[in-house]
Design a protein around this ligand. Sequence first.
Ligand code: AMP
Ligand code: MG
Length: 498
Amino acid sequence: MPVADLPWPVPFEHSFAERLPGCYQPWQPAPVPAPRLVLFNRALAEQLGLGDVATPLLAEFLSGRQLPPGARPIALAYAGHQFGHFNPQLGDGRALLLGEIRDTSGRLWDLHLKGSGATPFARGGDGKAALGPMLREYLMGEAMTALGIPSTRALAVVATGEAVQRERPLPGAVLSRVASSHIRVGTFQFLAVRDDLAKLRDLADYTIQRHYPQLRAEANPYLALLRRVLEGQAELIARWQAVGFIHGVMNTDNMSIAAETIDYGPCAFMDRYDPATVFSSIDHGGRYAYGEQPRIAQWNLVRLAECLVPLVDDTDEEHAIALLTEELNRFPDVFARHWQRIFAAKLGLRPSSAGVDEVTVSLIHRFLELLQKEAEDFTLAFRRLASHLRGTDERDLGLEPIPATWDPWLQDWQRHIDATGEDRRRVAARMDACNPIYIPRNHLVEEALAAAQFAGDLGPLQALLARLEDPYTARADSIRYSQPMPTDWGPYRTFCGT
Ligand code: AMP
Ligand code: MG
């Protein structure tokens, strides 16, 4: 039979299940009455070699009503610090890993269902997911991917035909998610808290082999593992900061060892620039506020380092701690290096071989202070600067001229740009290529989700997705997608995706 005629043309691998017994429970998805494919990520499906699977079969396979041939579903175990409090037993309460598949370029991906029924890790939860939050995760993952930010991605959202009970009954859905892996800081914590050194070493070895194979040659691969995760997370968070993304629930169980954005719950993009911005309704103390994200990432990495102590040196704990601490202490510098480089580019400035110069760093900080003082829209501010540099009126693209209050900063910035000798229009073009004009604005996301959930109308969601998939190209027909939230809208509150 030609491959395309097979019901499921790609073989599953089960490296996690085979290598890491004790880190999961085999489990079956709950039956769903009437699966219906709501969103399907065709580009991702093609990348995975799944482009030719027939739609009715996709609804069956990606809702868990039937298992795709070769799938061996498991619920992953993990622990985690949630808002600073340790819970030794979390795990996939409503999710299952079907297995791993290789994409057309040979890269291995986890294929995972979310909302597929209660597992032994459900802790009283119903194991289900509502359509709205699953569509939200789809949208956010695609937006982040188009922004060049490492992220898990949704393959599909399938409505189950079943109501899930929240504050009121809501339509149920299953999200299928693709990730480099689902290994979290909390996966390490799960084994470390159980003092299972052999399994912990297996997990670290597996992680290195899967994500960072070059580390096997290092003198101390486990120390190098912390370094690599730290570097990946520092860059990831710098990229979040650069687009105003607020994850909202940076618990250690929601931090990926592969340094991808994972577990979209109460996340949202910041409108006006304010480092204290928090959207999540449960984040009362602002622990996961925009401006706290770098500090929290480092805090989470300290938790990972604690797990690695016996692997780094199993005879001399103090020595292991000293080595790991030295790595952890690099975080602020590594983060600052990425942050400065990315924000310099947002302002059209290029680092020299020695890095970002002091004048540029001070321009970045002064600009952010200005945005905060003037309560300016973060996303549009950078596009307006580029527009100003071009010297053309771009109000037809929704870009308002810059107010006189920016003048002192503006003059310093332009002087610095002009000193490079580069043509202003070229600088502006470079800025536009790294400053999105379309982000998932909260009022648009809510509008699209309400239409999809309660009126069965996917039009607004598709229209929004189309802009988010090409976030840097300003379109004259799309002003409503770039404009700040209406003044009578908000304050915005988000909820965990339960
Ligand atoms: P989250 O904050 O969404 O990452 O979830 C934290 C933990 O709660 C994870 O272990 C989830 O699997 C679990 N969980 C969340 N919602 C549910 C649900 N409806 N049923 C069972 N477990 C859930
Ligand atoms: Mg989670």
